[in-house]
Design a protein around this ligand. Sequence first.
Ligand code: 3PG
Length: 308
Amino acid sequence: MAKRVLIATAKPFASQAVEEIKNICEEKGYEFILKEKYAEQSDLVNAVKDVDALIVRSDKVTSEVIGNADDLKVVVRAGAGYDNLDCEAASQKGIICMNTPGQNSNAVAELAFGMMIYMARGKFNGKSGTELKGKTVGIHAYGNVGLNVARIAKGFDMQVIAFDPYVDNAIMEADGVKPVDSVEELYSQSDYLSIHIPSIPATQRFVNYKLIKQMKKGSVIINTARKEVVCEDGIMKIFAEREDLKYASDIAPIRANEMIEKFEDRVFFTPKKMGAQTLKANINAGVAAIKQIIAYFENGDTTFQVNK
Ligand code: 3PG
């Protein structure tokens, strides 16, 4: 019987990306099933019932979803952060979880600069703003997005510093990036602080009051990672104390309304996560996802497995 591959995306891929994934799938003789823009989590729970493989974006692959997926063998998160997958529940059922690292990172990095300029120009309010040239961008975690931020920053003539205890200094230096020794140093030296840490238990509310307090006068926090890694109480407290700081985040924090009400032009939040929402990123991540599924079924390839 043909393998059944479900794409379940509440926030859909561009239609051209879906078409490409579908073609690859059907060329291999797999059945392609599309469930996009679904409204309820129960829709996802029901949709996985008889599928062999699942491709998602930020869709929540909970233990309930896994529990209902009787034939599921592999889940690919078409993207980098897989904090939306219950990997433990998947492992218990012998289901392989993968991500597609690097496939959408340029799109996310470009959005970080879009947000930097938007904040530097007073959210396009017509008043005199500032420029990125000559400023220091601090990159918090030098992974796929971080290194793209560094590359683009050089085009803006910015100084680039980074902190990442898991990456050799030599790698950053080869990219023309100055590694700093501590996260405190990073935050205290940056005009723009670009967050790229994953959302894992150890990073929840990591960017807190104490850390932000050390930031330079007039600095801007750019969060294209996850809202969970920034301490919202910390933002509320330090922003009330200091009128010079700004915060832009790709996806609204839980306390977004309160922040907007209190700090107005110093904060900006996208209504939906926009970082990877480009045609190129959708094609890259979606096609990588289906190819990884095929490679797994045909050759047992688990290169991108994250629940080892
Ligand atoms: C990622 O982790 O790859 C990005 O946050 C993109 O997420 P999305 O596919 O939900 O837009």
